[in-house]
Design a binder for this molecule. Structure first.
Ligand code: HXC
Ligand code: NAP
Length: 295
């Protein structure tokens, strides 16, 4: 009888999937590269020879990125940057160029998210998430693309998405809408900039728990008692699996892949039965009283 063994565990973190030195001489600019998945992706590029530019707002996150990436022996530069601000992005790229030359890879990883029922969401909450996740991704891509078009150099962009771009994300209407925009933007930019040698792809993580997750997200996740059995893979993702996918997409071996969104989630986002589980309203899932009864 076939046993339920789930998808096999990957090789350990620290192994590289591509040949050593694949990114020698290339700088990788990664937003939000000091925490969680961004840091994991940055580490994989670093292990393959890349110099890394970590860009985000908080000095403590930048310091964490510099420490982890520096420990691999890679060159790393941290730049304070708010991706909602085009001027801040331009200054960050100026700094990156002055240290390493124009980065050949941009990873648009930074995003914002917190669970909230749509009817409770303030206009500013909506704006903030869309501004960071969608507008920030476009502003960084635009800055990077313009510099490469001016220089006549090829380049690669990897946008980090989310699968509720397709399914919708109850409790995350702002983030899901923004990620749908990121997926669509990937496709537009891949066509516009392909003739100039710029490849644009998107990478969608499934559930990858990590220690930097915000309290909002971990509280939401803690409502699922056993995350492994809720996944077709019978396990969650390990960060190096995302890093390997990102480095492949941006590598010489992935040059003909563009406008693509690669999902790394063990098939978790696919429908898995003829009927869905019973409907539980988001307010109830979040333990909120009926709308209009709160003080
Ligand atoms: C409702 C909230 C809220 C919450 C903030 N707001 N948190 N509303 N519920 N939990 C509202 C605020 O009240 C305010 O609206 C508006 O959002 C902006 O809040 P600020 O704190 O002023 O914003 P800012 O300082 O710019 O910080 C942005 C942030 C913050 C998004 C609120 O959490 C952040 O910096 N996050 C970055 C890291 C992050 O989000 N990581 C998650 C990525 S994980 P008002 O109306 O009061 O002015 C991910 C996918 C995970 O994307 C998938 C898991 C399965
Ligand atoms: P995270 O640890 O909370 O990282 C978010 C990063 O974004 C932080 O480093 C933060 O740095 C940066 N950031 C936020 N706002 C910014 C701004 N305005 N300007 C510049 N940087 C900003 O989250 P994560 O889990 O690693 O998520 C990484 C990516 O994966 C995101 O795109 C997320 O949507 C996606 N994702 C994650 C999961 C998962 O299971 N973890 C699942 C699906 C999709 P500062 O605070 O220093 O600015």
């Amino acid at each position: 009888m076939a046993e339920l063994i789930g998808l096999p565990a990957p090789p350990p973190a620290g192994e590289t999937a591509l040949r050593a030195g694949t990114f020698d001489g290339t700088a990788v600019f990664i937003t939000g590269g000091g925490t969680g998945l961004g840091k994991a992706v940055a580490l994989e590029f670093a292990r393959l020879g890349a110099a890394i530019v970590v860009a985000s707002r908080k000095p403590e996150h930048l310091a964490a990125g510099v420490e982890a990436i520096g420990a691999t022996g890679a060159r790393v530069e941290a730049v304070e940057c708010d991706i909602r601000e085009p001027e801040s992005i331009a200054a960050a790229f100026d700094r990156a160029e002055s240290v390493f030359g124009l980065p050949g890879v941009l990873v648009n990883n930074a995003a914002a998210n917190f669970p909230v029922p749509a009817e409770d969401m303030s206009p500013n909450a909506w704006r903030t998430v869309v501004d960071i996740t969608l507008n920030g991704t476009f502003f960084c891509s635009r800055e990077f693309g313009r510099r490469h078009l001016a220089a006549g150099t090829p380049a690669s962009i990897v946008n980090i998405g989310a699968s509720y771009a397709w399914t919708g994300g109850p409790g995350f209407a702002h983030s899901a809408a923004a990620k749908a925009g990121v997926k669509n933007l990937t496709e537009s930019l891949a066509v516009e900039w392909g003739p100039y040698g710029i490849q644009v792809n998107s990478l969608v993580p499934g559930l990858f728990p990590h220690e930097d997750m915000t309290a909002d997200i971990t509280e939401n996740l803690s409502r699922t008692s056993d995350k492994d059995v809720c996944q077709p893979a019978l396990r969650v993702g390990q960060r190096q699996e995302l890093g390997w996918a990102a480095t492949f997409l941006a590598s010489p071996y992935g040059r003909f892949i563009s406008g693509h969104t690669l999902v790394v989630d063990g098939a978790n986002w696919q429908r898995r039965s003829l009927v869905n589980p019973p409907v539980v309203a988001i307010r109830d899932q979040m333990g909120r009283p009926p709308f209009g009864t709160e003080r």
